[in-house]
Design a protein around this ligand. Sequence first.
Ligand SMILES: [Zn+2]
Length: 160
Amino acid sequence: MSDPVFEVRRSDRAGQGVFALRALARGEPVIELTGERLPPGRVGPEHFAVKIDDDLWLCSAGGRTDDYLNHSCRPNLGFTKGDLWLYALRDIAPGEELTFDYATAMCDVDDWNFACACGASDCRRLIGGFDRLPPRHQRRLRPWALAYIRRRFNTRRLAP
Ligand SMILES: [Zn+2]
């Protein structure tokens, strides 16, 4: 068995979080989002749910490590290849909390938002879907977003 790469434990950020147990190198695949693929009509309040395509959600009843990944406005993980794997966006030290920007996985979800206090100097405070972001944030975050979001927000549309 290989050494564990991360663990779930209490986070100052929000309840519990996922923390690196060893150094991670920039570009390294770190963790894959997992769960059951369900159409929107079958997503319930009991689910940890992430939108992964037009009309498709990834749902978990809880207890999976990736369910505990917190949002940050200055994340250290991103969907670099557009699939469900999160890659290290920079070198990460042992003990650092692993985070991604939830807006890179949520788009065109009515009324989805939450208040953020991630502590980043450029924290957006109110986090909504990718479609609600100002264009400068869309340009910055698009390379870390899931493929369906990149398709919808092509570079031509994002040109200044
Ligand atoms: Zn924030």
